[in-house]
Design a binder for this molecule. Sequence first.
Ligand code: ADP
Length: 268
Amino acid sequence: GHPQHIAIQIFPYAKGRRLLLTRDVTTIELAEAMRRDFVANVSHEIRSPLTVIAGFIETLQTLPLQEAERAHFLELMRQQAQRMQTLVDDLLTLSRLEGSPIPDDSQWVAAADLLTEAGTQAQALADVLHAGQQTLVLQPGPALEVAGARGELLSAIGNLLTNAVRYTPAQGRVEAGWRLLADDEVEFYVTDTGPGIAPEHLPRLTERFYRVDRSRSRDSGGTGLGLAIVKHVAQRHGGQLLIESTLGVGSTFRLRLPPARVLVRERA
Ligand code: ADP
C-alpha cells in the first residue's frame, strides 16, 4: 500500500482550547500525483517525435543532399508525424471514454462484422511488419450480436489484435475469435505465441503509458494507451478484460461482454 497522508487543521475556539480536525487526503494526493505523471508522460511522448522531426528539418536545410537521401529523411519525418497523430487520436479517444460512463449510440452489432473488420486491419499490419510470414487465424464463433457502441467495440478488439500482431514474431501465430459462455455472455479472445508477459507486469498493463519494454513498444509503433482504451471500453459495456500470459509461451486477452442476442444456436 501507499503511505497515508493526513491533513491536520487546528482551530482555537476558546481560550486555551483547540479543536483538532483531521482529514485523510491520501486519495486526493494520489490522484494529483497520477495527473502529474500523466502530463509528464504525454509531454515526453510528444517531444520525442518532435525532436526527431526538428533534427531532420535542420539536416535538410543545412546539408546538400542527394535526391534519394532527401526522400529517405522525408519518409522518416512522415513516420514521426504519423506517430504523433496516432498518439493524439488515442489521447482523444481515452479522454472521451473517461468523460462519460456509458457507450454512445448503443446498438446490436454482429460479432462476425467486428472480427472481420478488426481482422482485416490486423492482417494489413501483419503484412507490413512481418512480410506476410505471420499466421493470423480468424476463427468465427456462433452467429450472434452484442449490444454496444460499434466504434468502441471495434477499437477494443482492434487494439488487442494489433498488439498480438506487433509483439509476436514473424514465425509466430495469432488467433482471434469469439465464443458463447454460460448465460449467453460473449467472449472475444485474441491469443498469440509471442514473448508473453511476466506475472509482475500483468496488474499494471492497462495503466496509461505502462509498457513492459519501453523502447521495443515504441519502435513497434505503440502509444502505450491501447490496453487502457480496451479496459475502458470493456467497463463501459458492463464487461471486463482478462489477461493470461506465460513468459516465453504467449498471451491470451479476453474481452468479456454481457449477454448477446444469439441468432443461430449451435448444437453442443
Ligand atoms: P502499446 O502501445 O505499448 O502496445 P498497450 O497499452 O497496448 O500499449 O500495451 C501495454 C504493454 O503491454 C505493451 O507495451 C507491451 O509491453 C505489453 N503487451 C500488450 N500486448 C501484448 C502481447 N500480445 N504480447 C506481449 N506483450 C504485450
